[in-house]
Design a protein around this ligand. Structure first.
Ligand code: MV4
Length: 447
């Protein structure tokens, strides 16, 4: 096992990784920008290194500075967390070239999944259904028209280098195809390394369901069930739950087994998430995330498995501490993402935290790097806390979530807690009746 891990991230996930390391007897190195000198992840780590000025590109994305910090502190491994450099195959390769272990998959697998066309092709080859479409990049308007003729409208144009919803264009009829293609091409060229595009049949009202897997170097793979992440606004998840209100045990076992088989044939190692669109009882693979995800705690709450710990174990060459038969998913968990934002306009609300009183009690977990007197800087992601609640049933979970939201005090800034309070009182949400378009309508209706 590693002696020392450098955590190449900030905020709650840096703290989450630090906690896993501490419990494994691993020392930690925090890196931070000048804006984060007083941050909780820096306070708790065994050592810290300042790696640059506030803008992330000069600090948390500054690869030479991070490699230097790992070298001078004598770290054995680097954990990238989520966002930032976590899915940068070049960074993973540089980390390894300098003799450190990258706590994640191989650069080859990051690269394969970063290209959404090669990800789809690989997963299709390994037995997963994908959304019908171009099965590769579309070279020009003529190629796009051929795809349209085969599959019909509506279609969705996606960027090969995109993901997470960036650079997508819906096309409802032939008259708008060329224009949408040109627009998507120029946007992709401006945003990604590669301006290539692919086309899928547009699914109208699917749910976003993702399967958590962990794989070790021995080729063993387990899945920990699904998360329903359909409640999103502008491609930002707002609330996630596990299990999905839309799946039964039989469906879960079927898609879980398919995901494990595909991951095993891929030769993948580490934690990972397979994203699917789920509509009319069918799953369509769309993307695979090769990082630990923001919403991983809901899976931990229903499985009792520390996913970050397993991720570190397998990165060090060790076997998974469990087999599929040991995995028991129990009860229900919901995560509310608390952002430093106005709950109606979503305008950022950085500033000093004057009061901080997180909820507690049985089945309540708060992952946050906040403390009273802390100043939320304006430079980074607005996520400041995750409230994760577990209950024996979905209804118990909801009752507990309502009381936990009512207890939560974050003074000095605006947060999205009031949005969550409205959400957990809504009949459609209570009934589990929602899809990927539902939250935007909820927000528009009540704002
Ligand atoms: C789709 C889709 C409908 N049809 N693909 C958005 C994020 C990216 N991971 C894929 N996304 C979508 N792909 C087809 N063929 C609708 C979305 C989508 C979406 C997906 C998941 C969660 C929220 C979403 C919000 C808008 C669109």
């Amino acid at each position: 096992m590693f002696d020392k891990v450098l955590i190449a991230n900030r905020g709650e996930i840096a703290l989450r990784i630090h906690r896993a390391c501490r419990e494994m007897g691993i020392r930690t190195v925090a890196v931070h920008s000048t804006a984060d000198a007083d941050a909780m992840h820096v306070r708790l780590a065994d050592e810290s290194v300042c790696i640059g000025p506030p803008p992330a590109r000069d600090s948390y994305l500054n690869i030479p500075a991070i490699i230097s910090a790992a070298t001078i502190t004598g770290a054995d491994a680097v954990h990238p967390g989520y966002g930032l450099l976590s899915e940068n195959a070049g960074f993973a390769a540089i980390v390894e070239e300098h003799g450190f272990v990258f706590i994640g998959p191989s650069p080859r697998h990051i690269e394969l999944m970063g290209d959404k066309v090669s990800a789809k092709a690989a997963m299709r080859e390994f037995g997963l259904s994908v959304v019908p479409g171009s099965d590769g990049p579309v070279a020009d308007a003529q190629a796009a028209a051929k795809v349209a003729a085969e599959f019909g409208y509506p279609l969705l144009i996606k960027a090969t280098g995109g993901g997470g919803g960036r650079g997508m264009k819906v096309v409802y009829d032939e008259a708008h195809l060329d224009e949408a293609l040109a627009k998507a091409r120029s946007e992709a060229g401006a945003s990604f390394e590669d301006d290539s595009l692919y086309i899928e049949k547009f699914l109208g009202r699917p749910r976003h369901i993702e399967i958590q897997i962990i794989a070790d170097t021995q080729g063993d793979v387990v899945h920990l069930g699904e998360r329903d992440c359909s409640l999103q606004r502008k491609h930002q998840k707002v609330l996630e739950e596990a299990p999905s209100p839309a799946l039964n045990d039989e469906t879960r076992e079927r898609i879980g087994a398919l995901a494990c088989e595909a991951v095993s044939r891929l030769g993948y190692r580490s934690a990972g998430t397979l994203e699917f669109l789920y509509e009319d009882g069918e799953f369509y693979f769309i993307e695979m995330n090769t990082r630990i995800q923001v919403e991983h705690p809901i899976t931990e709450m229903i499985s009792g498995i520390d996913i970050v710990r397993e991720q570190i174990r397998v990165a060090s060459g060790g076997p998974l501490s469990l087999r599929q038969a040991d995995v028991r998913l129990e009860g229900h968990a919901i995560e509310c993402r608390v952002n430093a934002e106005n709950p109606e306009t979503f305008a950022p609300s950085p500033g000093v935290i004057t009061d901080y009183h997180p909820p507690g009690g049985l089945g309540v977990r708060v992952d946050s790097a906040l403390y009273s007197g802390y100043k939320v800087p304006p430079y980074y992601d607005s996520l400041v806390a995750k409230l994760i609640v577990h209950g024996g049933t979905r209804n118990e979970c909801l009752m507990r979530l309502r009381r936990a939201l009512d207890e939560f005090v974050i003074g000095g800034i605006e947060t999205t807690i009031p949005l969550h309070q409205r959400l957990v009182a809504d009949t459609d949400f209570i009934n589990g009746e929602y899809d990927i378009g539902w939250l935007e309508q909820f927000v528009a209706r009540k704002a």
